[in-house]
Design a protein around this ligand. Structure first.
Ligand SMILES: [Zn+2]
Length: 250
């Protein structure tokens, strides 16, 4: 493959040998890649960027047998404010895990790159509601990956949550909600309060920069979206097995 130029967001950056770094990047044009940046840690490195995790870079590279080799990189956005704050970083780490879980190899999807960029931007530019941003990101990425959760009607009988008097449950493995009756036949479910369901629906609809800043439902929506992502991730064993819906290693 010839030398190419693209933009990428650094998902992981680890030291390798004396002066090199091995990187995972989600790129605009070639999707998720692993790459080596040789000599980047030398003082007189020709790289303009240190390639820290979460930074968005303009880079040039060529594809080797297993790894791409990055030959040049310049920082477009460092997302320093996200990396340096624990609560923001935790939400960003959750977004990165979601990208790894749901994005299909080196199939490029510019919408995934853009969503990740705007998600990081939203984390950097707000003072609260980080868990809600992570949840909104997970919902939107699920939608792009073809796994949008069904929240408007019971997966079993089709009844709308508003039309039933019983509790509503979320079934991660089915990817949607169940009414109390249909829930009886399904093993892996947990109740979802009406205000949490409303919040999830609103998050699916609104742009990621507009998600609410209140912390009230943040943990609830984050937990539900994580369980949904894990249940639909081909690589779900890499994710936290304590979250509901996770399949445990055999
Ligand atoms: Zn039902």
């Amino acid at each position: 493959m010839a030398v190419y130029k693209s933009k990428g967001i650094v998902l992981r950056s680890i030291r390798y040998g004396e002066a090199d770094r091995i990187l995972d990047l989600y790129t605009l044009d070639v999707g998720l890649i692993s790459a080596i940046a040789k000599g980047i840690r030398r003082t007189k490195s020709r790289f303009g960027a240190r390639l820290e995790p979460l930074s968005c870079v303009d880079f040039m590279a060529y594809q080797g047998r297993t790894l791409h080799t990055v030959t040049q990189a310049e920082v477009l956005r460092s997302f320093h404010g996200v990396r340096e704050d624990l609560a923001r970083f935790e939400a960003a780490a959750g977004m990165v895990r979601t990208v790894r879980a749901l994005s299909g190899g080196d199939e490029a999807d510019r919408r995934v790159f853009n969503l990740l960029y705007h998600g990081l931007d939203s984390l950097e530019n707000r003072e609260s509601g980080f868990g809600t941003v992570e949840a909104a990101f997970g919902l939107k990425l699920s939608m792009l990956a073809g796994y949008a959760p069904q929240l408007d009607s019971c997966m079993g009988c089709g009844v709308a949550p508003e039309e039933t008097e019983g509790r509503i449950y979320f079934a991660p493995n089915l990817g949607g909600v169940l009414c109390a009756e249909c829930r009886m036949e399904s093993a892996d479910t947990f109740p979802i309060p009406p205000e949490v369901l409303d919040r999830l629906r609103a998050l699916l609809r609104s742009p990621i920069r507009d998600v609410p800043t209140d912390e009230l439902l943040g943990e609830s929506v984050r937990r539900i979206v994580r369980s949904h992502v894990i249940a639909h991730a081909p690589g779900n064993l890499l994710l936290d097995p304590t979250t509901p819906g996770a399949r445990r290693p055999a």
